[in-house]
Design a protein around this ligand. Structure first.
Ligand code: BTN
Length: 244
């Protein structure tokens, strides 16, 4: 399904460049990889550090022929595929923090994040993975790299191949069921790996409100259901903190 895989030495952001190319008619399945990003972007307007040759910064353009209401599952699909790649190839435990932070190692620190953006009628799905970053290169104490977590595989080419293979497999299942998270098995695969479920959480919502409660389920739209003192809330976007 991958139309072309282009590797660039330096780019501001693979997501930004691929969005521009999408507007110029780039094909679905176009993949951009950067050795270094100078202005990598994360969710909720954050930045994403991509020091040269130490991580994987990859974006792919998808034009799913399924109802747009179901596109919210795409970043979750990428999270499942990233988690699987890490467990299968690196031999370290991995889990998801809703919506799609990938946590690894005994302390379950973040090693990967996903940014999905609508562009020119398609979706640019960007994945950042800390592969060999040293402790001093990491932005926060609760982040890590695969190497620091004890991964047996840290070759970035091998990891990229494994990741694209697993995304393609899930994408094919999901499209074949018109994006149905249940029928494609995606909802179960996500739930199985989601560390957030069952925990007490605090969630900062995009409008600045903060809610607390127990994360109880993922709904049909991929939203996180939180049981608060004031009743259930379905969260479509926000920053989740696991209360340990
Ligand atoms: C997050 O955890 O907030 C998401 C981080 C996503 C980073 C990736 S790196 C490749 C792609 N290009 C970007 O500018 N961002 C994504």
């Amino acid at each position: 399904m991958w139309d072309s895989i282009e590797v660039l030495e330096t780019v501001d952001s693979t997501n930004s460049l691929l969005a521009k190319r999408a507007a110029q008619g780039a094909h679905a399945g176009s993949v951009l990889v950067a050795e270094k990003q100078t202005a990598g972007r994360g969710r909720l307007s954050r930045s994403w550090e991509s020091p040269p040759h130490a991580g994987l910064a990859v974006s792919m353009l998808l034009r799913p022929e399924v109802p747009t209401a179901r596109w919210s599952w795409l970043p979750l699909l990428a999270g499942v595929a990233t988690c699987q790649t890490i467990v299968d190839l690196c031999g370290v435990p991995a889990a998801l923090k809703w919506p799609n932070d990938v946590l690894v190692g005994a302390r379950l620190d973040k090693c990967s994040g996903i940014l999905a953006e609508i562009a020119a009628g398609g979706v640019v799905l960007g994945i950042g993975l800390n592969v060999t970053l040293a402790r001093e290169e990491l932005p926060r104490a609760d982040t890590t790299s695969l190497a620091l977590a004890g991964a047996v595989e840290t070759d970035r080419g091998t990891l990229l191949e494994g990741l694209l293979e697993r995304i393609a497999a899930w994408y094919a299942n999901w499209r074949a069921t018109e994006g149905d998270p249940q029928a494609s098995g995606l909802a179960d695969a996500y739930t199985l790996r989601c560390h957030t479920l069952g925990l007490n959480v605090t969630v900062s919502l995009p409008d600045g409100a903060v809610i607390t409660g127990v994360a109880s389920a993922i709904d049909a739209d991929g939203r996180l259901c939180v049981e608060t003192e004031d009743g259930p809330v379905a969260v479509a976007a926000g920053d989740v903190y696991h209360v340990r």
